[in-house]
Design a protein around this ligand. Structure first.
Ligand SMILES: Nc1ncnc2c1ncn2[C@@H]1O[C@H](COP(=O)(O)OP(=O)(O)OP(=O)(O)O)[C@@H](O)[C@H]1O
Ligand SMILES: [Mg+2]
Length: 454
């Protein structure tokens, strides 16, 4: 592809001389007689380089720099100035011009300046590309884990990614449901297309239909122009319906229709549009329970639950804690290497992590910011860390015998786990009244967000 240069100068003879010389060098050259014409030209077609006089009637070279950067941000600019305006040229460079030439200049000077600017541009473009590629990898590199449950999870991701099958991701809050949804997308043939995430809990009820389906101008007050919905934006890509349990029952019926027929009808529109998207839904509540309460459609559940993926809680995969911590050290302190002492690591592996990986990530960030040295120890833990959770629960980590209280706590947690944190069922299983179970949970600091019988 040939290189395009725009020459802007109010001096007609200089303009023509420059055009002639640059064309001889093999560049494609257009000319403009002042700043405004140059700007019009930049709006019409893409240029690699602008060679402009600094003082022109109308729009000056300095003003042209600012405006042209808005039109073509990666345009390189070289200014031409008479001796008297050197200070303006310096300012121009500050504003983003690559270089300036002082009249009169030799041909060689001109060519060298242009070559340098183009080389710089090429490097910049290459860096941008590299960064983009890196980000692509980064997105995936950031998912770390070595435990058996986590490796099983990744194996499942690898298996389902290439298909178009609908996936339902479940897991407690902060376990990494979204990051897993992204992994599925970026490992799928749709990776180059969009990944659109919609949080069904975050959008006000009245707006969610038009957010998802889009609307046509005038379909309701405030619909001042046509708007494309998330379904349409996800066309050819992947749509993540996060916190799907929060979708209202009327919209569940509409979603079901989209999934079955793969067409959408924007709000207020008479016609339908075909959509090719892969759907991933995520939830941290038990949809079966919602179904029994009449809050979630069973038929929709089965449509979504084609491939169920459960993301295990962090306390089920404490082997992942060291590698996650070192991943987060890298995230929060890219320059200085941070280490963690054995006692602190053990303490973190014994903690129950009700907020899962997000909680671990926040804790690491806080400790990194407030650290006294680059070796984190127990003293770096916040004072209130795990006050409700000070009893060791993992015999494999404690290295000793369980005390009576530890054993009792473990029995309670195991029973709760077994019954999906439904306290009534766990209490029945333990043959104790529900209020006694709740009392003991409080006593041992067993608090989780995912209690299912409230
Ligand atoms: N395996 C992992 N490796 C590295 N970082 C992870 C991993 N899993 C989760 N994270 C990080 O933990 C945080 C929470 O993950 P994510 O948002 O995917 O969880 P979630 O289950 O969707 O949470 P919520 O239920 O709160 O929406 C994110 O910052 C994410 O980058
Ligand atoms: Mg999430």
């Amino acid at each position: 592809m040939s290189i395009k240069i725009l020459v802007a100068d109010d001096d007609a003879s200089l303009r023509r001389v420059l055009q002639f010389k640059l064309k001889q060098k093999g560049y494609e050259v257009e000319i403009a007689e002042d700043g405004n014409h140059a700007l019009d030209e930049l709006k019409k077609s893409r240029y690699d380089l602008l060679l402009s006089d600094i003082r022109m009637p109308g729009l000056s070279g300095i003003e042209l720099i600012e405006k042209s950067k808005q039109v073509q941000p990666d345009l390189e600019i070289i200014l031409i100035t008479a001796h008297a305006t050197i200070s303006a040229a310096v300012e121009a460079v500050k504003l983003g011009a690559f270089d300036y030439l002082t009249k009169p200049f030799e041909d060689e000077e001109l060519f060298v300046a242009i070559e340098k600017a183009l080389k710089f541009k090429k490097l910049e473009n290459e860096n941008r590309l590299l960064r983009q590629q890196l980000n692509g990898k980064e997105r995936y590199r950031h998912i770390v884990g070595v435990s058996k449950p986590f490796k099983d999870l990744l194996a499942l991701v690898d298996k389902v990614a290439p298909t178009d099958a609908t996936v339902l991701i479940t897991g407690e809050s902060g376990t990494g449901k979204e990051i897993i949804a992204r992994a599925i997308h970026y490992k799928s043939p749709r990776a180059e297309k969009s990944f659109i995430a919609v949080n069904c809990a975050a959008i006000p009820r009245e707006l969610i239909e038009s957010e998802l389906f889009g609307h046509v101008k005038g379909s309701f007050t405030g619909a001042i122009k046509d708007k494309r919905g998330k379904f349409e934006l996800a066309d050819e890509g992947t749509l993540l319906l996060d916190e799907i349990s929060e979708l209202g029952i009327e919209l569940q019926a509409k979603l079901l229709r989209v999934i079955q027929e793969r067409v959408i009808e924007p709000v207020g529109s008479e016609s339908t549009r075909e959509i090719d998207m892969r759907i991933i839904a995520a939830t941290n509540v038990d949809l079966k329970l919602r179904i029994s309460e009449g809050k979630f459609r069973e038929d929709l559940f089965y449509r979504l639950n084609i491939i169920p993926i459960r993301v295990p809680a962090l306390r089920e995969r404490t082997d992942d804690i060291p590698i996650l911590i070192s991943e987060f050290f890298g995230r929060f302190s890219p320059k200085q290497k941070i280490k963690i002492d054995d006692k602190l690591l053990l303490r973190l592996q014994q903690y129950q992590w009700p907020g899962n990986i997000r909680e671990l990530e926040n804790l690491v960030e806080r400790m990194v910011i407030l650290r006294k040295s680059n070796l984190l120890t127990l003293g770096d833990l916040p004072l209130d860390f795990g006050v409700n959770d000070s009893i060791i629960l993992h015999p494999q980590n404690s290295g000793g015998e369980l005390s009576f209280h530890e054993a009792e706590k473990k029995i309670i947690v195991d029973a709760l786990d077994k019954f999906g944190w439904n306290r009534s069922k766990a209490a029945a299983h333990l043959k104790i009244p529900r209020h006694i179970l709740i009392y003991r949970m409080k006593k041992y600091g067993i608090f989780y967000k995912d209690i299912t019988d409230d």
